[in-house]
Design a protein around this ligand. Sequence first.
Ligand code: HEC
Length: 157
Amino acid sequence: MNRLKLIAILLLLGACSPSEQADQTQAIPFKATGDMEHTMRWVLDPAADHLWGSTGSIITAEGTEELAPTSEEEWLAVQHSAVVVAETGNLLLMPSRARDDGPWRDMSLGLIEAGLLAESAANARDPDALFEAGGQLYRVCKSCHAVYVQDDAPAPP
Ligand code: HEC
């Protein structure tokens, strides 16, 4: 048997048929708790806002204020928000929410990645790494909105 044939057979053995995939989807007893606006407004946005509000600095008339967490409790809260952000990527990949398996999938995975980056930054109590993760997160939001939201109101950090 030539190698290509063997590979083709192995691929066939590994792949599920479409009906098997449908069965798997039906077998997961999930119930979406709201539409996309709901997921964005009540799950993702507050967590992302909290991350952005915990990093960088703001310059006011009184001087520069550093926003990094200053206590164990604050770092834990940031870690919590980072996990919510990352896990929301999985919510966006669920059958009732996913819009396609192209850019939507990539950007949802990007959201998971940015959330995990923020989580490890918080884990390491590293304000610079948190700032980087916040920037990456912002780019993911903007990229997805650029493609899927008609009149994207900016979600400023
Ligand atoms: C995979 C795509 C995707 C990603 C990633 C994404 N969004 Fe969204 N977002 C949407 C879509 C689609 C809508 C429009 C929802 C609707 O009204 O149907 C939306 C709408 C919103 C809204 C408006 C909700 C409302 O009240 O109408 C906010 C706020 C928002 N997103 C925040 C964010 C933030 C913050 C991030 C990043 C941390 C983010 N989004 C990442 C797809 C995405």
